[in-house]
Design a protein around this ligand. Structure first.
Ligand code: C2E
Ligand code: MG
Ligand code: MG
Ligand code: MG
Length: 282
């Protein structure tokens, strides 16, 4: 099986992988069958508050357990599915899994924190998309404030106005909305000015590199202080080292997520954290 690979938040279109993975003409058939056969599942990566030092929720990330290719990370199938307008189906599947989980946790009496799901650019093409999200969540009677939608800023590079309408609609239903990979595109500051959001997830790139490190940190410092003043929660993802944690803490970052604390976990492993929910002090 393929080892879980590190990926940046950016999805790339890899011709080699593509040809290995699937014949594109077969894609829809293969995908539909894989979904029906239960080859997709979600893993959950914990998020911790640096203030309270407790678990505050998690992000649901999709995996494809391919019968012959092994466990595939999103970078190997999401760009393809998106290209063929199949990603919306997968995103809806992920949302349904999340809703089912919340129901199970409710019935087990477990403490429940918000779960975030990533959303593709489907919004741009389907005007009733937000209603189908609401319908799914209401079917499982999941309280809206427990669902957070992560949208990647770069998807809307040329259409900030559209993004703000989509986000306003989601927020009017009391869902949380967050801008993923914040700072990776060029419209970030415009976004902060024009778009009402609850959370920004700082692009992993800010934490990487050594020469750029100092510069990256200056930028992060200002983004965090801007967000604070606007009442927006800041999440740093891709946190891998103790030094990064200390730095983020000094800069007043609210929430952290990354391999330093935890890999994305199987559902049962995450459930254990709902009970022992302190930030690992390692
Ligand atoms: P993302 O939303 O920015 O998710 C964070 C990615 O960073 C995840 O990769 C996660 O496993 C990885 N990561 C977490 N901590 C660390 C760390 O400390 N270091 C490093 N290097 N990486 C870390 P993953 O699971 O491979 O997902 C990649 C991207 O695929 C996601 O980026 C998201 O854009 C997309 N994606 C994943 N699941 C879904 C889904 O259900 N629907 C849609 N539309 N996109 C998804
Ligand atoms: Mg992303
Ligand atoms: Mg995300
Ligand atoms: Mg991200």
């Amino acid at each position: 099986a393929l080892k879980e690979r590190q990926t940046s938040g950016h999805l790339y279109y890899d011709e080699v992988l593509r040809s290995q993975l699937l014949e594109e003409s077969e894609l829809e058939k293969v995908f539909t069958k894989a979904l029906k056969d239960g080859e997709f599942h979600i893993v959950l990566q914990p998020k911790y508050s640096l203030t309270t030092r407790h678990l505050v929720g998690c992000e649901a990330l999709v995996r494809w357990d391919h019968p012959s290719k092994g466990l595939l990370p999103p970078s190997q199938f999401i760009p393809l599915l998106e290209k063929h307008n199949l990603l919306v189906t997968l995103d809806m599947f992920v949302l349904e899994q999340v809703c089912k989980l919340v129901r199970q946790w409710q019935s087990k009496g477990l403490p429940i924190h918000p779960i975030s799901v990533n959303q593709s650019r489907s919004y741009l093409f389907n005007t009733h998309y937000d209603q189908s999200l609401v319908d799914m969540i209401d079917r499982y009677e999941v309280p809206h404030h427990l669902i957070e939608f992560e949208l990647t800023e770069s998807l809307f590079l040329n259409d900030v106005k559209h993004l703000s309408l989509v986000l306003a609609s989601l927020r009017s239903h009391s869902f949380l909305v967050s801008l993923d990979d914040f700072g990776s595109g060029y419209s970030s500051l415009t976004m902060l000015k024009d778009v009402a959001i609850d959370v920004i997830k700082l692009d992993q790139g800010f934490l990487k590199g050594s020469d750029e490190h100092q510069r990256g940190m200056v930028v992060v410092q200002h983004i965090i202080s801007l967000a604070n003043q606007l009442g927006i929660t800041t999440v740093a993802e891709g946190v891998e080292t103790r030094e990064q944690v200390q730095m983020l803490q000094q800069l007043g970052c609210d929430v952290v997520q990354g391999f330093f604390f935890s890999q994305p976990l199987q559902v049962a492993e995450y459930e254990a954290l709902l009970i022992d929910d302190r930030l690992p002090s390692s």
